[in-house]
Design a protein around this ligand. Structure first.
Ligand code: PGA
Length: 253
């Protein structure tokens, strides 16, 4: 059985003080959740959020990492630095970074290896644009992105990490993939990972859906057999919405 994960991606939102306030609001609401909870906060918020969630079942996550251990990389942060701040999960290859920071599949692979080396759990994002989908490339593209990201990893590494299927057209748009679209895409990812890295690893690896996941669509998505949780942007920024998401099992269908 794969334990569901709900990971909030706060993106570039909340100052350290605002972040601490939101973490305090989320803390009690997360208590009886039946899933793992991760808050991927801006780097400058680690110090204000970590003490609040440290002894709870909520884990600290980062939104990016550099692949090098140290060196002349102005503005970047290494995996060891994240780990020492209490970070346990790190988002890698989010579409906003693929588009705006020019991250390639090769760089995403290096970052994944660096994160694993430091004991972090990568949350690797893959997903197609609307043009890709309309041209019929979705399955080929997400399979390619997944295999490229995991190249060179052991079966044990693959079993522990997380992939987030995030169709770019659904991110921040309010347009959510249908339950079937999300389940089918995640099934494709699991089977290509199984073929390339072993079926045990693919069976254990958690694959999340991301893209306008909200309280009103979470229960349908989470009923799909392939979907192991969510990577949540907008709806992770208010305690009420995020609480509904981490309690997806309580929402009547
Ligand atoms: P969204 O963002 O939930 O606001 O669509 C998801 C993401 O970018 O990870």
């Amino acid at each position: 059985m794969r334990k569901p994960v709900m990971a909030g991606n706060w993106k570039m939102n909340k100052t350290p003080r605002e972040a601490a306030a939101l973490a305090k609001e989320i803390l009690p609401l997360a208590e009886n959740a039946s899933c793992e909870i991760v808050l991927c906060v801006p780097t400058v918020n680690f110090h204000s959020v970590y003490p609040i969630i440290q002894n709870s079942k909520i884990h600290l996550g980062a939104q990016n990492v550099h692949y090098a251990q140290s060196g002349a990389f102005t503005g970047e942060v290494s995996a060891a630095m994240l780990a020492e701040c209490g970070v346990r999960y790190v988002i890698i290859g989010h579409s906003e970074r693929r588009n705006m920071a020019g991250e390639t599949d090769a760089v995403i692979n290096l970052k994944t290896k660096a994160a694993i080396e430091a004991g972090l759990i990568p949350i690797i994002c893959v997903g197609e644009t609307l043009d890709d989908r309309q041209a019929g490339y979705t399955n080929t593209l997400i399979a390619y992105q997944s295999v490229m990201a995991l190249t060179g990893l052991t079966e044990t590494d693959v079993a522990r990490l997380i992939i987030a299927y995030e169709p770019v057209w659904a991110i921040g748009t309010g347009v959510v993939a249908s339950d079937e679209q999300a389940n089918d895409a995640i099934g494709i990812i699991r089977s290509v990972v199984g073929k390339n890295f072993g079926w045990d690893a693919a069976g254990q690896m958690r694959i999340l859906y991301g893209g306008s996941m909200k309280p009103d669509n979470v229960s349908g998505l989470m009923r799909q057999p392939e979907i192991d949780g969510g990577l949540i942007g907008g709806a992770s920024l208010t305690a009420a919405d995020f609480s509904a998401l981490v309690h997806f099992g309580d929402i009547p269908s």
